[in-house]
Structure formats: structure tokens, C-alpha cells
Write a protein that binds this ligand. Structure first.
Ligand SMILES: Cc1cc2nc3c(=O)[nH]c(=O)nc-3n(C[C@H](O)[C@H](O)[C@H](O)COP(=O)(O)OP(=O)(O)OC[C@H]3O[C@@H](n4cnc5c(N)ncnc54)[C@H](O)[C@@H]3O)c2cc1C
Ligand SMILES: *[C@@H]1O[C@H](CO)[C@@H](O)[C@H](O)[C@H]1NC(C)=O
Ligand SMILES: *[C@@H]1O[C@H](CO)[C@@H](O)[C@H](O)[C@H]1NC(C)=O
Ligand SMILES: *[C@@H]1O[C@H](CO)[C@@H](O)[C@H](O)[C@H]1NC(C)=O
Ligand SMILES: *[C@@H]1O[C@H](CO)[C@@H](O)[C@H](O)[C@H]1NC(C)=O
Ligand SMILES: *[C@@H]1O[C@H](CO)[C@@H](O)[C@H](O)[C@H]1NC(C)=O
Ligand SMILES: *[C@@H]1O[C@H](CO)[C@@H](O)[C@H](O)[C@H]1NC(C)=O
Ligand SMILES: *[C@@H]1O[C@H](CO)[C@@H](O)[C@H](O)[C@H]1NC(C)=O
Ligand SMILES: CC(=O)N[C@H]1CO[C@H](CO)[C@@H](O)[C@@H]1O
Length: 552
């Protein structure tokens, strides 16, 4: 009973606090033009940031280690690109070893799509008309289970999901970016890697970068100077190291390792003989710790033109995945099918059994949550340097948040530039606002990750002290178990009841999907209308009345 009083209280306080925090000051835009911005990394964050910053800088340089302007990527036809994508042997054959996650299943959430399609006006049409991207109606062709709770199908509005593979999306964004800007405005320096920053400690500024060519064998470093430097180098960013070396700045960080493992593959879907199963174009079972540690997800990546009457006309990406180190096999399709049959609902076995595999099974086991608390160092942060996307915060991929998070941060940077802030002020303002974008996704990701039985937590505090905690049955490891914060307990309690109530309510499921799509803040699920409904359900449950109430 104590919890029934305490948790709602935490919820109300947090809701009010965030209502305050999210109120942002707006200032009118200025047309000030700066000279030169350097962007490290030419993937999703790098390209969206470049497109936005082109409004404020005369010149932008993107430095990227991969051969991304190679004609295989830039000039091949839609069919060639798809072949190239599907017939890869491993991630390196894509020519994108810098984004080894590219071939894994990727969903683009609603808000991410909105940002990209606003920023690149031809992108949506090209993806649909030239590359067969599919827009899936969530009312008709969607079924999603979280743990063992099936979300309600009676959505109060018809939402749609834009479906294309990550590799094609990124490649076509790059083509759009290159065709909308001339070489003077946005210049790419490919096959080169930034090795360190050039800084002036006395003014707390980053003046430029040193970079090395990957193609020439000599160790010579080139230098490039700029007025504003952006780190878009993704999950393995060196920023923590550089800031320590060059500014003696320690950024507090938090990492959660939960044993996430993916096996992704592409296949053509054929009829299963059950029209309900065939109508699920986007869907699956989300893994949900601690009891449901295995998951399945499929989304189409192409609409196929086929005369085969048994084909569903869908080329789809599939992921069989796990948390808690309960890895699916990746040696043969047969053993993967066996595993699915044993560990997941039979529907997915039937679906996969009638899928024709195109291309290899591709494993990925290096996912984790990793947050840099950049805002915590305040004005000691360098005055013309920011991190965007994975470089600032990485999430467990099972919620599909990363690309949209990156797009939202880039848009936030644009918004700050469009107000009358001085260049020195921008990183300070950006760090706080970008961090609250990360916070929303972070909570979405870690709430359930905190429930994983084999959770390992690595925290570095502001003094640079690193502590590791792990849940384990092995006493010889001599590990401290992580202590679950009270607020996290509240969120777990709330999410549990939220999902349960969503199973019976189209309205709540619709609100939940808006949050999943990052179109609405998670705090919208704490609004009194939902809050009391969820609270009521949990109270009734303690009197064994839930079932009757929820279904009535
Ligand atoms: C298995 C898996 C599944 C995922 N599923 C989804 C999903 O469904 N939906 C979703 O939105 N997100 C998903 N993500 C997350 C998504 O991939 C990332 O969030 C997204 O790619 C981040 O973009 P980014 O541009 O910040 O970084 P990245 O895409 O990682 O790009 C970093 C770039 O920096 C370059 N680089 C690296 N080092 C240097 C250097 N020293 N100098 C210059 N350049 C450098 C790299 O070559 C690369 O081009 C998934 C991730 C994984 C691992
Ligand atoms: C493009 O990539 C292909 C395959 O990796 C390579 O053989 C070719 O030489 C590259 N082209 C250029 C111009 O570098
Ligand atoms: C690739 O396309 C660009 C522009 O569309 C063109 O300038 C270039 O010559 C093409 N390269 C090759 C090798 O076809
Ligand atoms: C969806 O709505 C219809 C009509 O309002 C109702 O008959 C049906 O039971 C609802 N289904 C669920 C799962 O709530
Ligand atoms: C088809 O699949 C659905 C979803 O699992 C199931 O409820 C239904 O009973 C199946 N129909 C037949 C005829 O097997
Ligand atoms: C599919 O086929 C139809 C008719 O044959 C044609 O009009 C359409 O353009 C084709 N679409 C694609 C993506 O090839
Ligand atoms: C916003 O603009 C007003 C006047 O236009 C100015 O006084 C104020 O300092 C600006 N705020 C910021 C944070 O730049
Ligand atoms: C609720 O049901 C469980 C078993 O289903 C029982 O153990 C418990 O005592 C019941 N609680 C109340 C308050 O009736
Ligand atoms: C059975 C099998 O092929 N296992 C491989 C799956 O992928 C992991 C991680 O990439 C490999 O280490 C395994 O050998």
C-alpha cells in the first residue's frame, strides 16, 4: 500500500517538473553567416546537421572514413543498390564499415521521418517511387506484442509507418544532400579519419581537427581549421578521450550492458495460409525483461512487383533478437527456425517458414546504452564544439530510437542557431536542450533494461571515478549489484500498468505509439487522464478485480 501512495506522488512531481523544463524561450532568427563548420562523420547525424547548418555557415566540411562517395553508392540504379544490399557477405562489403549496424533491421519512427522529409523535400517521393519504400497503415497491417501483452488494434487515428532499409535510406539521403548543395557549400573529405582536435585552452575553444587518410600509407596528419566543430562519429566517438586530453574535462557517463544480440536477414514473404498472419507487415514481439528476453521484429523494406500469386509482394527485413545474453544462433537458417519454434510464439515460426531468404544471416552483438552527461560540466564545455546523435547518447536498439534521436538533436541545433545566440553561447544552450531529448529516449530504453537479470552498469562520475556493478549468480566475480533507483522503480511500475491498460484501450495504445514515434513526449503518458486510469487499474488489481474493470 505504501507504494501505491509513493509512486503516484513521484509521478505527479515529475510531470509538473517536466512541464516547466520543456518550456523553451524563443528568440527571433538572425541571418548572420559564419565562415566554416567541420562535421566529423557523414552518417545520419552528420548529414542532417550539415543540411541544417548550411543556413548559417558559408562552408561546411564533412570528414568521413568510409568511401561513401564511391560510384557504387552514388550512381547505381535502384535495382543495383538493392542487389548490393542483399548479397553482402558481411558489413564491410557494403563499403560502410564505419556503420556496421547499417544492415541490421532499422525502423524509422514518425518524427524522424517528418524531420528528414522536411529537410530533404524529394526524399520521400524518391524512396517510394524509385526504391519501392512502403508506407504501412498501423490500423490494417500492424500487430505488436510487448512481452506477452498484445497492444490494442482499435487505434483512434490511422497512423502509418514509413518502411525502407537503413542502407538505402542513408545512401539516398547522401545523394539528396550532394545534389542540393554545390561543392563549395558542402565539401566531403572521404577515406579520412579525424585523429584528434586542435584546441586553444586559453580561450576554451576547439580550433580545428587533425585527420589522416585511410588510403595512403603514410602517417602524415592534415589539419583543418573551423569556427564550429561537430562530432557525429557515432557510438565509438572519441570525444570523452579528447575532452580529457585537451581540456582536462571529465564528462560523467553511464553505460548499461544487457547482452543484446541481433540476427537480421532479408527475405521475400510468401503466404502462410493464414490471412491474419499475412496481414502483419510491421510487427513482432518486443523482448521485455525479466521474463521475456527474446524478441522478433519484421518490417518491409520494398514493395515487390511480382506475378507470383503466392508472394505477398513484400521484401522484408527480419530480426530475431535477445537481451540477457540469450543469443539466437546465426549459423544456418534451419537452426534459427528451430530456435524460433522453441522460444517464440508459433506465428513467427510459420511466417519465417514461408519466407524465402535473400542474403546471409547477419549477427550483431555490440549494442549497449551509453549516455554522456554533457550538460553537467556547464560552461566549462568548449565554446564551439557539440556532439550530435549516437556520439552523445546510444540506446538499446530494441526500441528503434537512434536515428530519430539524432534527427531531433540536429533540428534542435538548427533552432538554437536560428535564435540570436552568439556562437560561444550555442554549445552551452544546446547541451542542455539536446540532453533533454536524450533523456526522453534514455528513459524509454533503460526502464526495461534495468530489469534485465544479467545487467551490468558502468558509471563514471564527475571526478573520473569509474564503478562497475553487475547482477550475477557467480560469487567469485566479487561484483557489487546495481541498486535500482526509486524513480526507475516507479517507471517500471508505471510502464507495467500502462502496457496492461493499453491492451484494452485503443486510445491509450494510440497515445503510446505517438510516444514511441517520438511525436509526443513520454510525459504525455503521465497526464492525469491516463495517470488515474493506470493508478485505478493497479489498485483494483490488488483486490483481484482488474479483469472485470479493464474489459468493461
Ligand atoms: C542492431 C541495431 C539496430 C538498430 N535499430 C535501429 C532502429 O530500428 N531505428 C533507429 O532509429 N535506430 C536504430 N539503431 C541505431 C542507429 O543505428 C543509430 O542511432 C544511428 O546510426 C546514429 O547515427 P549517427 O550518425 O549518430 O552515427 P553512425 O550512423 O554510427 O555514424 C557514425 C559515422 O561517423 C564516422 N566516423 C567514425 N569515426 C570517425 C572519425 N574518427 N572521424 C570521422 N568520422 C568518423 C563513421 O564512419 C560513420 O559514418 C540500431 C542500432 C543497432 C546497433
Ligand atoms: C569504389 O568501390 C569499389 C568497391 O569497393 C572499388 O573497387 C572501386 O575502386 C571504388 N572506386 C573508386 C573510384 O575509388
Ligand atoms: C555519377 O553521377 C554523377 C552525377 O549524377 C556524374 O557526375 C558522374 O560522372 C557519375 N559517375 C560515374 C562513374 O558514372
Ligand atoms: C474494437 O472495437 C470494436 C468496435 O468498437 C469492438 O467490437 C472490439 O471488441 C474492439 N476490440 C478490442 C480488441 O478492443
Ligand atoms: C491465424 O493466426 C491467428 C494469429 O495467431 C490465430 O489467432 C488464428 O487462429 C489463425 N487461424 C487459423 C485458421 O489457424
Ligand atoms: C509495378 O507494376 C505496375 C504495373 O505493371 C507498374 O505500373 C508500376 O510502375 C510497377 N512498380 C514498380 C515499383 O516497379
Ligand atoms: C533574445 O532576444 C532579446 C531581444 O530580442 C534579448 O534581449 C535576449 O538577450 C535574447 N536572449 C538570448 C538568450 O539570446
Ligand atoms: C487475489 O488472488 C490471489 C490468487 O489468485 C490470492 O492469493 C489473493 O489472496 C487474492 N487477493 C485478494 C485481496 O483477494
Ligand atoms: C553459430 C554461429 O554462427 N555463431 C556466431 C554468431 O555470431 C557471433 C557474433 O558475431 C559469433 O561469435 C558466433 O561464432
Amino acid at each position: 500500500m505504501f507504494w501505491l501512495v509513493l509512486f503516484p506522488l513521484i509521478g505527479i512531481i515529475y510531470f509538473v517538473y517536466n512541464q516547466q523544463k520543456n518550456r523553451i524561450r524563443t528568440n527571433v532568427s538572425s541571418d548572420k553567416q559564419y565562415e566554416h563548420a567541420i562535421i566529423m562523420g557523414g552518417s545520419i547525424s552528420g548529414m542532417t546537421t550539415a543540411a541544417y547548418l548550411s543556413k548559417y555557415f558559408k562552408r561546411i566540411t564533412i570528414i568521413e572514413p568510409d568511401d561513401v562517395l564511391n560510384e557504387t553508392l552514388m550512381n547505381s540504379t535502384a535495382e543495383e543498390l538493392l542487389d548490393y544490399r542483399c548479397n553482402l557477405k558481411n558489413s564491410n562489403t557494403l563499403g560502410r564499415s564505419g556503420t556496421s549496424q547499417s544492415y541490421q533491421i532499422h525502423v524509422l519512427q514518425g518524427e524522424g521521418g517528418k524531420i528528414l522529409f522536411d529537410l530533404f523535400p524529394n526524399l520521400k517521393n524518391r524512396l517510394i517511387n524509385e526504391h519501392g519504400a512502403k508506407v504501412v497503415s498501423l490500423k490494417e497491417n500492424f500487430r505488436f506484442v510487448i512481452g506477452d501483452v498484445l497492444l490494442n488494434k482499435n487505434l483512434t487515428e490511422d497512423l502509418s509507418w514509413f518502411c525502407i532499409d537503413r542502407f538505402t535510406l542513408e545512401t539516398i539521403i547522401r545523394r539528396e544532400l550532394c545534389s542540393s548543395f554545390n561543392q563549395q557549400t558542402i565539401q566531403w573529405v572521404c577515406n579520412t579519419r579525424v585523429s584528434r582536435l586542435i584546441v586553444d585552452r586559453s580561450t576554451n575553444a576547439v580550433q580545428g581537427v587533425r585527420y589522416r587518410s585511410k588510403t595512403t600509407s603514410d602517417e602524415q596528419e592534415n589539419v583543418l581549421y573551423g569556427d564550429f566543430i561537430v562530432d557525429c562519429t557515432g557510438r565509438f566517438s572519441s570525444s570523452i578521450k579528447w575532452l580529457k586530453q585537451d581540456f582536462d574535462l571529465t564528462i560523467p557517463t553511464e553505460q548499461l550492458h544487457v547482452g543484446t544480440g541481433y540476427v537480421s536477414f532479408v527475405g521475400e514473404r510468401f503466404k502462410t495460409g493464414n490471412s491474419t498472419l499475412d496481414s502483419i507487415h510491421v510487427g513482432g514481439n518486443a523482448a521485455h525483461a525479466p521474463h521475456h528476453n527474446k524478441g522478433f521484429l519484421t518490417t518491409p523494406i520494398r514493395q515487390l512487383n511480382t506475378s507470383d500469386r503466392n508472394s505477398l509482394g513484400l521484401l522484408s527485413n527480419f530480426a530475431v533478437y535477445c537481451i540477457n545474453n540469450e543469443y539466437p544462433p546465426n549459423d544456418t537458417y534451419e537452426s534459427l527456425l528451430e530456435w524460433v519454434k522453441e522460444h517464440l510464439p508459433n506465428d513467427y515460426y510459420l511466417m519465417l517458414k514461408s519466407t524465402k531468404l535473400i542474403g546471409p544471416l547477419l549477427p550483431y552483438r555490440r549494442a549497449f546504452d551509453d549516455r554522456k552527461y554533457v550538460e553537467s560540466v556547464g560552461r566549462r564545455w568548449p565554446r564551439n564544439y557539440v556532439l550530435v546523435g549516437d556520439a552523445m547518447c546510444v540506446f538499446n536498439p530494441k526500441n528503434g530510437q537512434g536515428m530519430t534521436h539524432a534527427c531531433r538533436q540536429a533540428r534542435q541545433l538548427n533552432e538554437i542557431f536560428s535564435r540570436k545566440y552568439s556562437l560561444e553561447e550555442i554549445p552551452y544552450v544546446y547541451n542542455r536542450q539536446a540532453s533533454s531529448i536524450s533523456e526522453e529516449c534514455w528513459l524509454g530504453s533503460i526502464t526495461n533494461d534495468w530489469a534485465v537479470p544479467s545487467l551490468k552498469l558502468v558509471k563514471t562520475d564527475k571526478n573520473g571515478q569509474t564503478k562497475t556493478y553487475q547482477r550475477t549468480d557467480d560469487p567469485t566475480l566479487n561484483c557489487l549489484p546495481p541498486q535500482i533507483p526509486l524513480f526507475m522503480q516507479f517507471l517500471q511500475w508505471y510502464t507495467y500498468w500502462l502496457i496492461k491498460c493499453a491492451a484494452y484501450s485503443g486510445e491509450l495504445t494510440t497515445a503510446f505509439i505517438h510516444v514511441v514515434f517520438q511525436e509526443k513526449t513520454p510525459y504525455s503518458l503521465l497526464k492525469p487522464r491516463f495517470f488515474f486510469r493506470i493508478l485505478f487499474a493497479s489498485i483494483l488489481d490488488s483486490f483481484n478485480l482488474t479483469k472485470q474493470f479493464l474489459t468493461s
